[in-house]
Design a binder for this molecule. Sequence first.
Ligand code: ADP
Ligand code: ZN
Length: 342
Amino acid sequence: MSQAEFTISDSKVICYFDTSFTQISRIVPPENLIVVTDENIDGFYGHLFLPFRKIVIAPGENNKNRAGADFIIDRLIEMEADRSTLVLGVGGGVVTDLTGYAASVYKRGIRLAFAPTSVLAMVDAAIGGKNGLNTGFLKNIIGTTYQPEFILFDYNFLTTLPAVEWESGFAEIIKHACIRDMQMFETLERLSLHDYRQDASLLASLVEENVKLKMQIVLEDAYDRDLRLLLNFGHTIGHAVENLHAIPHGHAISIGMVAACNLSEKSGYLHFEEAQRVVRLLERYHLPVDLETEPARVFEILKSDKKRDGGFMNFIMLQGIGNGMIVPVEISFLEENISAVL
Ligand code: ADP
Ligand code: ZN
């Protein structure tokens, strides 16, 4: 086990890397703990939760809404949770977002921690303190910023993670490498999804690097307000595509990253060969790089993006691999080029 501590705007977040979930009782007295998880995780790992009180939610992005949050809050009321209670979200991004939100508003905030069980939750959703609920098509339109006291990383959970969820998680990892870390990009080029699934120590170091990279961006964001926008690389067009087609988040983001690379190339920031290198890396991790879609409809959704500011929109481009940057792009430029880049 290794441990790292991050201080984010006065909150201390401890990461217990490469540890076993069973260590939880050494961190928090069992009587103070309420586990929040989903039916899938509970099916596989229910035996680990026996010593604790438990709230089990329905799985899936469709439940990441106000009804899902209310369900957790109602159970917390029934259980008479108070400020000594620690709510532990054990699951993927849906569980961590719903648990984070419920813990932040119940009694104006009670103790929170996460044990992420998906690659995506480990490197992305559980990190940074943001949570979000969807309403209809509007993703993450409701939410709070609330840091967990600690995050426990037990890679054994990943043995049951479905293949498509591994791919989704690697889309965010490739995103991190593209915007910030050429060395990580090269390591990913050398290895494969198979390698990471076989070798826990390779995975452990990759997860740690990604957690530190995202934490660093969140920390620096306190001084440089826009820095966190870099994490939106691939997400502007990706979310639009995700709204139109029922495809997994990571797949949509992969398509979005390809489009953002093409736009970066059109704008003169990225060489053709570099854009191709990103495409090849996505393919290496079984991610889709093109899609039958209707660019005009994608553009209609883009126009209403919350990052739009009048005739411009902040768009994340790559100025070379490993170097994301925020570029105000004219909406008309997007309209003219959307069909060429998708
Ligand atoms: P995310 O991709 O944001 O982590 P979810 O929370 O929806 O999203 O998790 C994706 C799916 O994978 C859900 O159906 C969830 O129940 C399932 N899941 C998460 N972790 C595991 C795991 N360790 N083993 C099996 N299924 C898992
Ligand atoms: Zn994402």
